[in-house]
Write a protein that binds this ligand. Structure first.
Ligand SMILES: N[C@@H](CCC(=O)N[C@@H](CS)C(=O)NCC(=O)O)C(=O)O
Length: 202
């Protein structure tokens, strides 16, 4: 299999962490891809017409994309338990969606500054994206700590990656302030071998 990847991408990192956690890394070749919403030239557009990464090229079927589809496919392939089927199922899926939403907003903030011409950068829009992130982090601090203390699942992996992406791209926003429980959880989670091995680089 081939995984179209870029080192800074939090969505790609989800797939890479799952490969490591499930012991599947040697079955996948990492293929570098880079692009933005207005320049897909170096993206796997034949494999994913949306021109986004991650995208997984499989030997046993068509390419698959969207990080959530890839991680679920890898989990099935390895017989893993990152998507529990018990009563934690819906919580896990919702937490993964929550983490993806944080990443979506955080990546859009980067694109707004990096991709748009300076005179078209709309600060109110950037700040509104941060407001979504901030509100979501408060909700996680208030309501999700119990789930985060449970056994490893895809919601936790997504959230750990989303939080480190905030450090990587939006350090000046200081997401830890007022969120001591979440900050403590993240500090521990970041020590996992799979997290250490996949830290984002520019
Ligand atoms: N929902 C997608 C989001 C993937 C995504 O936005 N990836 C970014 C890189 S971090 C990308 O490919 N951007 C290029 C573009 O938007 O055209 C997923 O979970 O895989």
């Amino acid at each position: 299999m081939q995984l179209y990847s870029a080192a800074p991408s939090p969505f790609v990192r989800k797939a890479r962490v799952v490969l490591l956690e499930l012991g599947l890394s040697d079955q996948v070749e990492i293929v570098e891809a880079m692009g933005t919403p207005i320049n897909s030239s170096n993206m796997p557009v034949d494999q994913n017409p949306l021109g986004k990464i991650p995208c997984l090229v499989r030997e046993d079927g068509p390419s698959i994309y969207d990080s959530r589809v890839i991680t679920r496919y890898l989990n099935d392939k390895a017989g893993g338990d990152l998507y529990p089927t018990c009563d934690r199922q819906w919580e896990t899926l919702t937490l993964e969606a929550t983490a993806d939403g944080i990443m979506d907003a955080a990546v859009l903030m980067v694109y707004e500054k990096r991709v748009r011409p300076d005179e078209l950068v709309y600060m109110a829009w950037i700040n509104a994206q941060w407001e979504k992130i901030s509100r979501t982090l408060d909700a996680v601090e208030d309501r999700w700590m119990d789930h985060l203390s449970g056994s490893l699942d895809m919601g936790q992996i997504g959230l750990g990656i989303a939080l480190e992406y905030l450090d990587f791209r939006h350090e000046d926003r200081n997401w830890r302030v007022g969120r001591d429980k979440l900050a403590a959880w993240q500090a521990e989670f970041a020590k996992r071998d799979a997290m250490q091995a996949t830290q984002p680089t520019a």
